[in-house]
Design a protein around this ligand. Structure first.
Ligand code: ADP
Length: 540
């Protein structure tokens, strides 16, 4: 027997309508070259409706791809709303990718219109010269000077249009947005989100045992709007009435600090490297008085336990670790303690620092061992994490990737264990595990330990070829400024010796000024592996 409830589509228009009727007075603030620009959600929604009129006049039709090549700002938020609401597909381009990848992605997606920031024009211009599909370019004036010839000015375009009143009732399973993975192996792959998946994913962010975004929050997404939907934060804020603070192109630690001071957000989100670079400035800031942040949402790569500890004790703000992928919208799991952990005391809470948490309601998880069978949730057995749920990708856009999607489950390529309470601990990405003599060494665990050394700022561990063991771990360490030239290889190894099995001990330690980062700020181990592929490990 079928239920008798209404089946209105869960689409982005719900979010728009709710924002304009119920959250109209709430604000989005953007740092610009002329100071902070503040607009209400009411104004944003009105401008979004004008954007829809403008895009229709340009020739955008349902299903067309409209790309953004932009920093985090109000106009980007308007595209987040307007493009899907008119039935088109928002394609958020990663502004930090190599030109060749951008050319591939734009052509693969067949982007018809591109919204690009004036400050990024010198980068975009080179891509534009090599692609054929783009028919119109709209420039957001985030830097002084006129719009480049042959382009449309975003603000002029909006000012001259009337707002569209009727929006189509887009089917919930239609595509709303497209985002490409960074393509660490092979070409980037397109993840095509639906209205329904984005809507449901936004709700997950509002759950109290997740990050609980609510009307009383003010959220600073440092994570770019092009990195996996900015982790769903824009839609969750518009839905709940939480306010937004965008840093625009002003991403230096100093600018972010000013953003925090001026707008006093209650929540901020970014990858671990952002929080590493903000640790010292925030410690000093805390001396001036408590910060406005109630929590920091952090994920994208493992959060070093020492970093979490430092934020808790020295900055006074807890870091909430989340795990996910572009393919999972991205929020899949999040680390919040259970009531039982609190009862078990400080040690149980401490142990959570190495955990990526439990899957949020709406996501199912299984652990699959090397033998293809499900592994036990005993905190020790390791396997590949596989997930499924209404906001998990079922395939890639125009790409046959059957090996990644098996009987309705997404194979994440992350190796982990899960404990009896359902808390998972990622040991590594399959490709980053150090394979030594047929056994695995977790680079994530070694990095976490090395980064708890008081003189270490950052550490990445990679496998380097070894004639006998296949691979052995090499620690690439960035000392803190006051320890540069002073910190020694032996000091690192002595520090690790009592903490790890003998065969886990890195064979060598090299010191770097900086760990190379990917386009979204993660440690770029591909670059490190290439750099150190011929590194001569000392005889043991
Ligand atoms: P990219 O492939 O460009 O890094 P994603 O952001 O989709 O793109 O990366 C997803 C991957 O990032 C996951 O499969 C996992 O390996 C890693 N990851 C994300 N969050 C965490 C976390 N909290 N701890 C450890 N690894 C994480």
């Amino acid at each position: 027997m079928r239920g008798l409830m209404q089946t209105l589509p869960l689409n982005i228009a719900w979010i728009l309508r709710r924002a304009e009727r119920l959250q109209a007075k709430k604000t989005v603030a953007t740092r610009t070259h002329e100071g902070t620009a503040v607009a209400t959600y009411g104004q944003v929604c009105e401008r979004t409706r004008k954007l829809v009129t403008a895009l229709r006049e340009i020739g955008v039709r349902p299903g067309d791809r409209v790309a953004t090549f932009s920093w985090n700002h109000q106009q980007h938020l308007e595209c987040y709303l307007g493009v899907p609401c008119m039935g088109a597909v928002l394609h958020t381009l990663n502004i930090r990718l190599f030109e060749k990848d951008l050319v591939f992605i734009v052509e693969h997606a067949e982007d018809k219109v591109v919204v690009v920031d004036k400050s990024l024009w010198p980068v975009w211009e080179k891509v534009a010269a090599r692609v054929r599909c783009v028919q119109a370019t709209i420039v957001v004036p985030d830097a002084p000077g006129p719009a480049p010839p042959g382009t449309l000015d975003y603000e002029e375009l909006i000012a001259a249009r009337s707002p569209v009143r009727e929006l189509p009732e887009v089917d919930e399973n239609e595509a709303a947005a497209l985002c490409y993975t960074s393509g660490t192996t092979g070409n980037p792959k397109g993840v095509l989100y639906s209205h329904r998946s984005n809507y449901l994913h936004s709700l997950a962010l509002t759950m109290a045992d997740a990050i609980g975004i609510s009307e009383s929050d003010r959220v600073l997404p440092i994570v770019p709007l092009f990195h996996a939907n900015a982790w769903g934060l824009p839609y969750a804020c518009l839905l709940t009435g939480a306010e937004l603070v965008f840093p625009g192109r002003h991403m230096s630690p100093q600018s972010l600090l000013e953003c925090l001071r001026e707008r006093r957000p209650s929540l901020a989100a970014g990858v671990p490297s952002v929080w590493t670079s903000l640790l010292e400035p925030l410690k000093q800031e805390k001396e001036r008085g408590p910060l406005s942040l109630r929590a920091i949402l952090c994920g994208g790569s493992a959060v070093p336990p020492a970093l979490q500890k430092a934020y808790e004790s020295e900055v006074g703000v807890p870091i909430v670790q989340a795990w996910g992928m572009t393919e999972t919208s991205p929020l899949a799991s999040l680390c919040c303690p259970l009531a039982a952990h609190r009862e078990r005391g400080p040690e149980a809470l401490d142990a959570l620092r190495t955990s990526q948490g439990r899957v949020v309601p709406g996501v199912e998880i299984r652990l699959v061992g090397d033998d293809g069978k499900e592994a036990a949730w005993d905190g020790r057995s390791q396997g590949e994490i596989q997930v499924r749920g209404p906001w998990i990708a079922s395939s890639y856009y125009k790409e046959d990737a059957r090996e990644k999607f098996q009987d309705g489950w997404l194979r994440t390529g992350d190796v982990a264990s899960i404990d009896g309470d359902g808390y998972m601990r990622i040991a590594d990405r399959t490709k980053d595990l150090v394979k030594s003599g047929g056994e695995w060494i977790s680079s994530v665990a070694l990095e976490g330990l090395i980064m708890s050394h008081p003189s270490v700022a950052e550490a990445a561990v990679i496998g380097v070829p070894h004639p006998k063991w296949d691979e052995r771990p090499l620690a690439c360490v960035v000392p803190r400024p006051d320890a540069r030239g002073r910190l020694t290889r032996e000091e690192i190894l002595d520090f690790l010796r009592p903490k790890v099995a003998k065969w886990w001990l890195p064979d060598d330690v090299v010191f770097l000024d900086e760990v190379p980062k990917t386009s979204v700020g993660k440690f770029d181990k591909k670059v490190l592996r290439e750099r150190f592929k011929n590194h001569a490990l000392p005889e043991k």
